[in-house]
Design a protein around this ligand. Structure first.
Ligand code: C5P
Length: 223
């Protein structure tokens, strides 16, 4: 495939979103937030009254849901689900756990494969998720697996939510992160794991700039 992809996989709260977005910006490439697709399907399903235990209906919902990212300079993209703005809703803990529940269903994952591969457009793509390097873009020339200790990830998420004025308890977040990791790593389809050829970065005590620097320095200069 002529269009290069950098994949950045890893568990919830490892900083993948920020790192991927800034790496994409530095390269002048597109950015795929695949987690947002699963979150968007979760939200659309809840709008339509589809239960998390209805695989066929969820897959049909995934196939027909219109999801748009509107990029803004220096900010997180806005997300529209079936033409409705859902940026805040998508980022909620509820959307995250709904996404994780429906992402365990093979039919739902299948329904999103072509959509995700369609983001591979010139000049290149940075793809962020759980199975970008293993399933969606196995031929990607550059793969990273970004991780951090569960406590560190809970603390980062806590800080983020506090800054947004959302009040939460740290131990509840930690509990939720550990539960979500468990589910994502132990599911039968596309479990969370580093691709054999991924570079693993543990960002536990690294500032975000250092992580971005490490990713960029692993890429060839011609990018
Ligand atoms: O990355 P984010 O936290 O937005 O992802 C939400 C959930 O979607 C994850 O917990 C995971 O279960 C699922 N997901 C996935 N495959 C991806 C991206 C996200 O299964 N490529």
């Amino acid at each position: 495939h002529a269009v290069p992809v950098v994949t950045i996989d890893g568990p919830a709260g490892a900083g993948k979103g920020t790192v991927s977005r800034l790496v994409a910006q530095a390269l002048g490439w597109g950015y795929l937030d695949s987690g947002a697709l699963y979150r968007a399907v979760g939200i659309a399903a809840s709008w339509e009254g589809i239960g998390l235990d209805e695989p066929e209906n969820l897959a049909a919902c995934a196939a027909r849901t219109d999801i748009k990212f509107v990029t803004q300079q220096h900010e997180e993209p806005k997300i529209f689900v079936n033409e409705k703005e859902a940026t805040a809703e998508i980022r909620s803990e509820l959307a995250g756990s709904m996404a994780s529940a429906l992402a365990a269903q093979p039919l739902v994952r299948q329904a999103l494969v072509a959509l995700q591969r369609g983001f591979r457009q010139p000049p290149g793509l940075v793809a962020d998720g759980r199975d970008m390097g293993t399933v969606i873009f196995p031929d990607a020339p550059y793969k990273f697996f970004l991780t951090a200790s569960p406590l560190e990830r809970a603390q980062r998420r806590y800080k983020q939510l506090m800054e947004k004025g959302v009040s939460v308890k740290l131990d509840a977040l930690l509990h939720e992160i550990v539960a979500r990791d468990e589910r994502d790593a132990n599911r039968a389809v596309a479990p969370l794991k580093p691709a054999d050829d991924a570079i693993v970065i543990d960002s536990t005590s690294m500032p975000i700039d250092a992580v971005i620097g490490q990713v960029l320095s692993a890429l060839p200069p011609r990018f």
